[in-house]
Design a protein around this ligand. Sequence first.
Ligand code: SAM
Length: 218
Amino acid sequence: MTFNLLTEKTPKDYWSKNHIQSHRLGEEDDWRFKLGSMILQYEPKKVLEFGCNTGRNLKALEELVIQDGVGNWMDLYGIDQNEEAIRNGKKNYVFPGMIHLTIADEKYLDILIKGKSHFDVIFTVSVLDHNYRDDAEKILQKLDALASKALILVEPQHYDHTGLVIEGSMEHLSEDMAPYTFSWDYEMMLPGLEKTEHFPIGTRDWGKYYHLFKKEKE
Ligand SMILES: C[S@@+](CC[C@H](N)C(=O)[O-])C[C@H]1O[C@@H](n2cnc3c(N)ncnc32)[C@H](O)[C@@H]1O
């Protein structure tokens, strides 16, 4: 994949402008419902997705909540630094109104922490991998401070032959791996976080690198 090396010098430059996803859920999105079902097991009333893009994971979750029965309600919050992606989600996910999207990045997490906000479940899908290591670590710690029942990550990792995480860029691993995609050792960054399963996303070649990490609080 090509990108403008002059203007997109950091992961934030690149990811806040590119990869505006469709808001529609399609055949490739079964894994989003699988993730949604896992989140519902915690019986949350307030969920936050950090790095939601247009909000398709939240949409899948909303559909599951509606299927569950009349009278169920949940507040589903999404934050993303990509203005166009959030605008697209806001335009399309209007009804029934469980989804609340905000254009923001990790700085907004400090405001939430100061305001003593809490979310029952917080999750990311392929977000920390698009941040430099120090930033990913700080974000992870802030998300941990804000989550009361569980923190769930679906992020890619690359391993050596002994199973140790190889940290650094993953761009050489797949032809269509997006720019600024990194493998980080999340379990080293946050005590109590555990890799629980291989969690391939979609059928594209890079999808096979994803794993599910959890930190449960209760
Ligand atoms: C590969 S997309 C994944 C989108 C969504 N989680 C999904 O599963 O479809 C990564 C998203 O994370 C967002 N992101 C990455 N780092 C971020 C940060 N530090 N603050 C806010 N958003 C971030 C990007 O803007 C992008 O929309």
